[in-house]
Design a protein around this ligand. Structure first.
Ligand code: PLP
Length: 397
């Protein structure tokens, strides 16, 4: 294909050239001071991104590894965890917990609405024996493109007077939307490198507070690779339980520099602005009846990904056509939304021209495939962006 290909999946995401260039380097010796400095500064900067003074852990792993790291340090087989269902990723996390021998209680959801904190509170109040060890909540379920109110879930746990740990999956949200680990009372947060952190897949990144680390230290046994204990010291080799994934850390260092230069408020304003443009476009496309938001409530729509339901079972046809003939990849529906929806990722290293290119390519595909859609969707996105960029807190970044 001539020209650039555009990746608009909600992860992996586009990688900035500066990150790619930083990774194009020979490995360093274990004891090289430059390597130690990269590790030290990355761990420190990650604390700032999670907004915590707690402990950060980095694993050579993907997001599933991050789930396993968190669960292995808080729970042993037979423990009970509570999973409010939001979509494919809340449910996969629940499956992962079951596979580790945990008992999972699920608060059923309809995949179209955010976690109801009152349901969480009710469930915890009913747990008179205090069997539930942790509540596992996704901040953004990438499968359904729904964002959850993490502080409200903390408030629900507190209102129930329950000691459960709050574990937040911030894999599809960290850096792109507000997350205040300490201020919100999150005990463990899980992220992954390939989303708004703008790196390749391969790093699972966790933050844990003292209470969580103390629980880990009290567990009778650990799966050694995930164990926080040996990773707590300053020795960079032990922080990775072996050889550091060096090139990924070089990339992470460059990505954290970009995040620091732009600043979290500006990054988050950009994500809101771009998500707003996507949402305006989908509203217009939906006027002809073929498209609708998976999340009907505007405030529950994620700023990192939008899931669009498509009537007539043609979601995958649109996706394939857009990828194969225009070089623009959007993601498909997952789980119950398989074949019913497509998802536009708009997180990480993304700007206005990139999202307008994606939306325009989709509109071109609708025309070529004869899919009915309201006209002027891209124009609506442009107008939204113009208004947002002109507003005093537009903070172009
Ligand atoms: C919210 C969320 N949790 C977990 C995962 C799993 O991450 P990975 O595919 O890196 O294992 C993903 C992946 O897209 C995700 O979006």
């Amino acid at each position: 294909m001539i020209g650039h290909e555009f990746l608009h999946s909600p992860g992996p995401t586009h990688i900035p050239d500066r990150v790619l260039r930083a990774m194009h380097a020979q490995p360093l010796d274990f004891v090289d001071a430059r390597l130690k400095e990269i590790a030290r500064t990355c761990f420190a900067d990650l604390r700032d991104v999670f907004r915590t003074s707690g402990h950060v852990f980095v694993y050579a792993a993907n997001g599933h590894g991050g789930w396993e790291a968190a669960l292995s340090n808080l729970c042993v087989p037979g423990d009970v965890v509570l999973v409010p269902e939001v979509g494919h990723f809340s449910n996969s996390w629940a499956d992962h917990a079951r596979a580790l021998g945990l008992t999972v209680e699920v608060i059923e959801g309809d995949w179209r609405h955010a976690i109801d904190p009152h349901e969480v509170e009710r469930h915890l109040r009913d747990d008179k024996a205090g069997r539930i060890k942790a509540v596992l909540a996704v901040q953004v379920d990438t499968g359904t493109a729904i964002a959850n109110d993490i502080p409200a879930i903390r408030a629900a746990i507190d209102a129930a007077g329950h000691p459960a740990f709050l574990v937040a999956d911030t894999i599809a949200s960290l850096a792109a939307m507000p997350f205040e680990m300490d201020a919100w009372g999150v005990d463990v947060a899980i992220a992954a490198s390939q989303k708004a952190l703008m790196c390749p897949p391969g790093l699972a990144i966790l933050a844990a507070n003292d209470r969580a680390v103390e629980m880990s230290a009290r567990l009778p046994r650990h799966q050694r690779y995930w164990d926080w204990g040996p990773r707590l010291g300053e020795e960079s080799y032990m922080k990775f339980n072996g050889t550091m994934p060096e090139q990924l850390m070089f990339g992470l260092r460059a990505a954290l520099d970009l995040i620091r230069e732009q600043g979290l408020p500006a990054i988050q304003a950009r994500h809101r602005r771009i998500a707003g443009a996507v949402h305006r476009t989908v509203e217009v496309w939906g006027e002809a009846g073929a498209f609708s938001f998976n999340a009907p409530i505007r405030e529950q729509r994620a700023v990192t990904v939008t899931a669009i339901r498509v009537a007539g079972g043609i979601a995958d046809r649109i996706r394939t056509h857009t990828r194969e003939t225009l070089g623009v990849s959007v993601a498909g529906g997952l789980g119950a939304l398989g074949g019913q929806a497509f998802r536009i990722g708009h997180l990480g290293d993304i700007n206005e021209p990139m999202i307008l290119g994606c939306l325009s390519a989709l509109e071109l595909a609708f025309i070529e495939l004869g899919v009915p859609h309201g006209t002027g969707g891209v124009r609506a996105a442009i107008e939204h962006l113009a208004a947002e960029r002109a507003s005093p807190d537009g903070l172009p970044a």
